[in-house]
Ligand binder design. Structure first.
Ligand SMILES: Cc1cc2nc3c(=O)[nH]c(=O)nc-3n(C[C@H](O)[C@H](O)[C@H](O)COP(=O)(O)OP(=O)(O)OC[C@H]3O[C@@H](n4cnc5c(N)ncnc54)[C@H](O)[C@@H]3O)c2cc1C
Length: 397
């Protein structure tokens, strides 16, 4: 072992079948699928950005977690069951979608940090080397196709070698875009998020609530420790969004349904967080020596509440496809890409249908844009050059 001028240690490079960059649900699911197939895997999670924001997990996740042999990460002590989704959409009145009608049962409001950590822990128990707080960056490729990957952690810098890379870096898709993939951006949706402290009065039920508004929509839900998530969704370029806590407080007071839930909680003195929430996908999801999964491959409008589920599924499928490819099946990655196209097309269809159900403000830019689909809204649309509305890492407001 040697030390470079910065004091970082450098060691001889061990070899893996696959390095997975990104330890969110997609990366963990890819590592679990590869580990179960007997592949040697290193999973690196940078955790350098803000904590993940999505917390509502649909009941269908049970099936996927079962397939990954990780169903016990959803134990009832740490995550809050969700029995209904309420919406004021197309009308001021509330409509309820009750989990009693869902064959998979109830959904959850996750303690998201714990959920992601426990999935990585399941991968570790299966033999994956997990490098926490470590960024993975491809540093070169040898003639036989072996990647050299640089890993940078808080105290150590080292290199490893691998045959294949999984890009599960989230919306940044940093490995795929470095390899030449292009981002197809569908809209400019942005979320202004605030976590309110627990209510001093008995907590209301743990239903989610979505409420349409002239310039976007509101979302609120209880979190496992009694905190409440409040999020306002709008387009990044619209004049409406006031990013400070006072602006959000004034605006939420004008809502009919959200305000009642929020008013039971103290208003915190912390800054409102601004997070990118636009629909974006890659024009190609695999290439020579790499494949993308989760938000890196396709990130969907949070209105669908399908992000974590899709990340788990595409992570698992990407892992299986890489395993098959390394085993000689030259069609596995193409099948994976076709499946992702189908998933994306279904999302775009559902998104158009759902926004089409709200017609109270047809002249407002937010709704007008969603009632008229652009060329990129076709699943086969050619990549456009529209830049990301705000940087994919998210920036605190
Ligand atoms: C405002 C908002 C609300 C949402 N709400 C919901 C919801 O209620 N329900 C839902 O299902 N979905 C929701 N989503 C979507 C959901 O959060 C994402 O779809 C999901 O987190 C995607 O998982 P992922 O593993 O692909 O990426 P991520 O969860 O983003 O994980 C990527 C990981 O990769 C790491 N990383 C990045 N670069 C590197 C690198 N070079 N090396 C190593 N590690 C790296 C990051 O630190 C991060 O830990 C929401 C999204 C937004 C923006």
């Amino acid at each position: 072992m040697t030390a470079d001028r910065t004091g970082h240690r450098a060691s001889a490079a061990p070899a893996y079948d696959v390095v997975v960059a990104g330890g969110g649900p997609a990366g963990a699911a890819a590592a679990l699928a590869l580990g179960r197939a007997g592949r040697t895997v290193l999973l690196a999670d940078a955790a350098t950005g803000p904590p993940p924001v999505g917390e509502a997990l649909p009941a269908a996740a049970r099936v996927l977690l079962h397939d990954l042999d990780a169903q016990d990460v959803l134990d009832g002590r740490h995550h809050l069951p969700c029995y209904a989704n309420l919406s004021a959409w197309g009308s001021d009145d509330l409509a309820a979608q009750d989990s009693i009608l869902d064959p998979h049962g109830h959904g959850w409001h996750l303690d998201r940090g714990r959920f992601d950590r426990e999935l990585r822990e399941r991968a570790r128990l299966l033999g994956t080397d997990v490098a926490e707080r470590t960024t993975a960056r491809p540093a070169g490729r040898s003639g036989d196709g072996t990647w050299t990957v640089e890993l940078r952690g808080p105290r150590e810098r080292r290199t490893v070698r691998c045959r294949w890379l999984v890009d599960a870096t989230g919306r940044r898709a940093s490995l795929a875009t470095a390899a030449g993939a292009r981002r197809v951006v569908h809209d400019r949706l942005v979320a202004l998020c605030l976590t309110l402290p627990p209510s001093t009065t008995p907590a209301p039920d743990a239903s989610t609530l979505v409420e349409a508004a002239p310039d976007g929509w509101w979302y609120t839900a209880l979190l496992p420790a009694g905190h409440r998530l409040l999020a306002r969704y709008t387009d990044a370029d619209l004049p409406g969004p006031r990013t400070g806590g006072t602006g959000l407080r004034t605006d939420v007071a004008r809502t009919r349904q959200t305000s009642a839930r929020v008013s039971a909680h103290p208003w915190p003195a912390v800054a409102v967080r601004r997070a990118p929430a636009h629909t974006v996908r890659l024009d190609v999801v695999h290439g020579d020596g790499w494949v993308a999964a989760g938000d890196a491959a396709a990130a969907f409008d949070p209105l669908s509440s399908q992000g974590i589920l899709t990340a788990l599924y595409t992570g698992m499928r990407a892992g299986q496809a890489v395993h098959d490819h390394l085993g000689g099946d030259r069609t596995a990655l193409t099948h994976y890409a076709t499946e992702l196209d189908t998933i994306t097309a279904a999302h775009l269809r559902n998104r158009r249908t759902f926004y089409g159900l709200e017609y109270r403000w047809p002249r407002h830019a937010f709704w007008r844009r969603r009632h008229t689909a652009g060329p990129a809204d076709r699943a086969d649309g050619r990549p456009n050059t529209r830049p990301d509305p705000i940087p994919p890492t998210g920036v605190p407001a």
